[in-house]
Design a protein around this ligand. Structure first.
Ligand code: GLU
Length: 441
C-alpha cells in the first residue's frame, strides 16, 4: 500500500518550501488511497522544541492536510540503536575520531590539490589500541557508514535517472560522539519499518538519498520510490532561503492567504500543468501528478497567492465566512447583504473590516467643487427607508429627473460623496448598508 510521510524537524515554523514537500507527499498518499504519516524528526534534543511540534500540527490542520498517523523519532531511539548494532555486525560501521578542525584541514588540503573533499577513511586503519587511546583522549568517536564504492542509481520520480558515484561522497556520520543518532540513519530505519513506499523531498537531499539507498540495502529494507522537487526561488530567481523566515505559513495566514489558494498554487507551481484554482481537496488530489514536475528551480512569488485568494473567496457562501464577517463587526442581521456586497471587493478576509467601517461610520466625502450643489440636491432626494436593493436605482432615477444629469456625471459624484472613493462595490448593494445614511433619514 502506498505510504508517504512528511518529516519536518521541529526547529522552526513550516514555510512555503516545506509546504511543497508536505503537500506532494499528502497528495500522493491520498490519490492512491494510501497512508500519510506525519513524522516528527526530533532526534536533536537541543534544537527540537515542543512549541514547533504544536505549530506544525496547527499549520497542517489549517491547510486541511490531515495525517493518518503521527510518529516521533525521539520515541524510537531503541530502533536506531538496533540498526546501528546491525551495521556494526556486518562491518559497515566504523568509529572515527577526527575533530572538526582536523576534518576541515583535510578538506582544505584536498581542495588545494584539486580533489573532491571526501573523507579519507583514515579511521579504518586505526588499531584497537589506537582507538582506545583516542577514546581516552577525546571521548567517543563518531560512527560512519562505510559506503560501497560503486555507482548508486535510481529512477527519480522528478529528476529521472540519477547516478552518483559513491566514491565522491564522504562516508556519512550516523551517530555523533555524544551518542545522538543523526537524521540519515533515523530516517532510513523509519522509512523501512513504517513501510514508506514513496518519498518526495527537496533536491537538497539528493546526496542523502544516495547514501540512504546503500544504508537501506545494508539493513535489508526495501528502497522506496524517490522524487526530489526543485528548490523554490524568489520571483527573479534569487535564493529564497533567507526570506523563508517571512514566508512561514503563519505569516501567510495572518496576511489573509486562504489555504485553498496556497494549495492550488503549490500543487502546480513548477509543473507542466497550469496553476488552477481548486476549491476543494478532492479536485486537488485528482489533478495531481508528481511526474509533471521539472528539475529547474521553481520561481515563487508570494503576490500570486492574493488573486487566487480573492477568487476563492468569491466562491464562498456566507456560512463559510460567517465567523470572519462577525469578527469584522458586522451585526448578524446584516451579514448576508454585507457579504454579498463585499465578496467581490476583497482580496482577503482581512479587508472585511475596512468595508464594514465604511458602512458603519461612512467616509470622508469626496466632493468636487462643481458637484457641490448637485450632491446637496441629490441628498435631499434620498428616499425614506428602509433601504433595499432597489433604493439606489429609484434614487438615481429621481436625481436624474430633477437635475438632468446622467451616466458617469450622475453616478460618480454620488459614489465619491458616499464612499470617499472613485471605485468600489456596486452602489445598489452598498447603499442599504450605509448606516450613517440610513440614520440620517
Ligand atoms: N527532517 C528532514 C528535513 O526536514 C526530513 C527529510 C526527509 O524527508 O527525509 O529535511
Amino acid at each position: 500500500m502506498t505510504t508517504t510521510r512528511f518529516a519536518p524537524s521541529p526547529t522552526g515554523y513550516i514555510h512555503v518550501g516545506n509546504l511543497r514537500t508536505a503537500l506532494m507527499n499528502y497528495l500522493i498518499a491520498r490519490k492512491a488511497g494510501g497512508t500519510f504519516i506525519l513524522r516528527i524528526d526530533d532526534t536533536d534534543p537541543e534544537r527540537s522544541k515542543e512549541e514547533y511540534v504544536d505549530a506544525i500540527k496547527q499549520d497542517l490542520e489549517w491547510l486541511g492536510l490531515h495525517w493518518d498517523r503521527i510518529e516521533r523519532q525521539s520515541e524510537r531511539l531503541d530502533r536506531y540503536a538496533a540498526a546501528a548494532d546491525k551495521l556494526r555486525e556486518i562491518g559497515r560501521f566504523y568509529e572515527a575520531f577526527e575533530t572538526p578542525t582536523e576534518l576541515d584541514l583535510k578538506r582544505k588540503k584536498q581542495l588545494n590539490m584539486g580533489k573532491p573533499p571526501v573523507y579519507d577513511r583514515a579511521a579504518l586503519n586505526l588499531s584497537d589500541a589506537e582507538k582506545e587511546a583516542l577514546r581516552a583522549e577525546r571521548g567517543n568517536g563518531v560512527w560512519r557508514f562505510k559506503l560501497d564504492h560503486e555507482r548508486i542509481e535510481w529512477k527519480d520520480g522528478i529528476l529521472g535517472d540519477v547516478s552518483i558515484d559513491a566514491a565522491s561522497v564522504s562516508d556519512p556520520v550516523l551517530i555523533r560522539g555524544d551518542g545522538q543518532v543523526l537524521y540519515t540513519l533515523a530516517s532510513v530505519v523509519d522509512d523501512t519499518e513504517m513501510g514508506v513506499t514513496d518519498v518526495v523531498r527537496g533536491a537538497d537531499h539528493v546526496t542523502n538519498t544516495a547514501t540512504q539507498i546503500q544504508i537501506i540495502k545494508a539493513l535489508g529494507g526495501n528502497v522506496p520510490n524517490f522524487a526530489h522537487h526543485s528548490l523554490l526561488t524568489g520571483p527573479q530567481g534569487e535564493a529564497l532561503s533567507k526570506r523563508l523566515g517571512t514566508l512561514s505559513l503563519r505569516d501567510l495566514r495572518e496576511q489573509g492567504v486562504q489555504p485553498m489558494a496556497l494549495l492550488s498554487l503549490m500543487a502546480r507551481l513548477g509543473s507542466s500543468d497550469p496553476v488552477e484554482l481548486r476549491t476543494d481537496m478532492a479536485e486537488l488530489i485528482e489533478g495531481f501528478d508528481v511526474t509533471r514536475f521539472g528539475a529547474a528551480p521553481t520561481k515563487f512569488d508570494v503576490q500570486d497567492l492574493f488573486p487566487l485568494t480573492a477568487r476563492y473567496l468569491q466562491t464562498l457562501p456566507l456560512e463559510e465566512v460567517a465567523d470572519a464577517v462577525a469578527e469584522a463587526g458586522v451585526p448578524a442581521e446584516l451579514a448576508e447583504p454585507f457579504w454579498n456586497m463585499a465578496r467581490e471587493n476583497i482580496t482577503t478576509l482581512n479587508d472585511l473590516k475596512g468595508w464594514w467601517e465604511l458602512c458603519r461610520d461612512g467616509a470622508e466625502p469626496l466632493i468636487d467643487d462643481e458637484d457641490r450643489e448637485f450632491v446637496a440636491q441629490a441628498m435631499e432626494l434620498l428616499p425614506d427607508g428602509p433601504f433595499d436593493g432597489e433604493t439606489w436605482g429609484k434614487w438615481t432615477a429621481a436625481v436624474k429627473e430633477a437635475t438632468g444629469r446622467k451616466g458617469k456625471g450622475l453616478f460618480m459624484p454620488l459614489r465619491k460623496a458616499l464612499t470617499g472613493m472613485e471605485r468600489g462595490p456596486e452602489m445598489a448593494a452598498l447603499l442599504p448598508l450605509l448606516q450613517v445614511i440610513r440614520a440620517r433619514k
